[in-house]
Design a protein around this ligand. Structure first.
Ligand code: XIL
Length: 451
């Protein structure tokens, strides 16, 4: 059987599948006792920014692996890290993070493709037509390398100015290509990895204000003209000068009402104790109140490595102890108790993770068909699933979406791409196109295994 599958563009795929299986047991013991599993119970991911150079620190990695279901490379996917000179892509540090995340069954957010900051000087020295080519080549280079492995990409970051004007920020892209650079970046990104959610990401847009109004107008315009955009990221870096806005939920909701998902992408809140905990609660409650708020990411694991470490803005202190803010977030997410104790009061069900897989043919033509497999979680939230699709001997799969396949003969084992996390009773599906090669028989779908 011949098969080409989209989304397996990095060589590491074979290794990561084996590693993911190893960690399935660890995740299944967590029930709703960690941030990631509690958020999964609400149908959301709970992520953190990760720095590759800390992955060798045992406490850092243990906390990361136990608590979080999504990671964002803090600096490793930025332009200066990935294309320091034109056409030379360096993915070592970013690959380490992606490999680690996948080995733990965690999703990955891509951050960020087009941004004025952490931009190598060669980009700024290009003329307009060359800059445009370089921008598209950069998007294609990164999204191609990680095709099928990133649940959401921050395609453009921080393109609007602070202050009251709602104007675009000066940058090589804005100054030389004009307003249209954002649209062009999104169109290029859609073609580069059709499975990734494409986000616009910014700060000081968390409440209703001139800057968020300007972003809102852009998203509304994109939706009306069919420019591909799926999500808006709200960085949510808060402190006493920039507190959690009282209209945070309302602002998230108005964006969601435009037909995009919203995500809290870089959350940190300076402070300590019960005041900090109360602010974190407000943010989590706002996200949970907006059905299209699909997940939250805090901007680091531990206060000691925060970019604002002086403000102790995160959920774990410098010794990886849970702060009151951690407990407040866990409780706002509906979680409870200590890690590793699935019997805690408040946990739904008895801790046994399960799922079912059902097959339907969704399109049919003389030489081929589209199949779809729907995965439904049992009475516990799950963070990953695996099933098999066995094809009649003559048939071959030409593409597969919303899943990560590995093939052995005519058996495809399919695991999640971005869609491992399911609330109790919730469903997702993956699809595939099959060439009949003379056989119209249906494939057989195997047992679903949850973790
Ligand atoms: C920050 C990182 O946390 C720092 O390590 C780095 O020195 C500068 O960038 N908005 C963003 C993030 O989109 O990429 C920034 O991350 C924080 C502000």
């Amino acid at each position: 059987m011949s098969m080409t599958v989209r989304g397996l563009t990095r060589a590491a795929t074979a290794g990561l599948v084996a590693a993911a299986a190893l960690t399935a047991a660890a995740h299944s013991a967590e029930a709703a006792d960690t941030l990631g599993s509690a958020a999964a119970g609400q149908g959301r991911y709970f992520g953190t920014a990760v720095a590759a150079n800390h992955l060798g620190e045992a406490d850092y990695t243990a906390t990361l692996d136990r608590e979080f279901s999504s990671v964002t490379p803090e600096n490793e996917m930025k332009w200066d890290a990935t294309e320091p000179s034109r056409g030379t892509f360096t993915f070592g540090s970013a690959d380490r993070i992606v490999d680690h995340a996948q080995s733990q069954g965690m999703d990955v957010r891509g951050h960020t493709l087009v941004w004025h900051s952490q931009l190598p000087s060669w980009v700024g020295s290009l003329g307009a037509s060359d800059l445009r080519i370089a921008m598209n080549a950069h998007i294609n280079g990164l999204m191609g390398h990680y095709k099928g492995e990133i649940h959401s990409w921050d395609v453009v970051n921080e393109a609007f100015q602070d202050g009251g004007s709602g104007a675009r920020r000066s940058s090589p892209f804005q100054d030389k290509l004009g307003n249209g650079f954002i649209e062009e970046a999104f169109r290029t990104a859609r073609a580069a990895d059709p499975a990734a959610k494409l986000c616009y990401n910014d700060y000081n847009t968390d409440g209703v204000n001139a800057k968020s109004n300007a972003v809102y107008d852009m998203v509304e315009d994109f939706k009306s003209r069919g420019v591909p955009i799926d999500c808006v990221g709200f960085q949510s870096h808060f402190n006493s000068n920039s507190p959690v806005p009282s209209d945070y939920r309302q602002n998230l909701q108005r964006f969601a009402d435009l037909g995009v998902d919203v995500q809290i992408t870089e959350l940190d809140i300076e402070g300590s104790g019960s005041a900090q905990a109360a602010d974190y609660t407000k943010v989590v409650e706002a996200c949970l109140a907006v059905s299209r708020c699909t997940g939250m990411t805090v901007w680091g694991v531990t206060d000691k490595y925060s970019w604002r470490s002086g403000g102790t803005p995160l959920l774990f202190d410098g010794n990886y102890q849970e702060k009151p803010a951690h407990d407040a977030v866990l409780s706002a997410l509906g979680g409870s108790g200590d890690p590793g104790d699935p019997g805690d009061p408040g946990d739904p069900g008895d801790g046994t993770l399960s799922c079912t897989a059902t097959y339907t043919r969704t399109a049919d033509w003389s030489s081929g068909y589209n199949g779809q497999v729907t995965i439904t979680a049992g009475d516990e939230p799950i963070s990953s699933w695996t099933t098999t699709v066995t094809l009649p001997a003559q048939q071959s799969v030409s593409s597969l979406w919303n899943g990560t396949p590995t093939r052995s003969g005519n058996v495809m084992t399919v695991r999640p791409s971005w869609n491992g996390t399911l609330a109790a009773g919730a469903s997702t599906s993956f699809g595939f196109t099959v060439a009949k090669n003379g056989s119209d028989a249906a494939p057989a779908v195997g047992t679903c295994t949850a973790s």
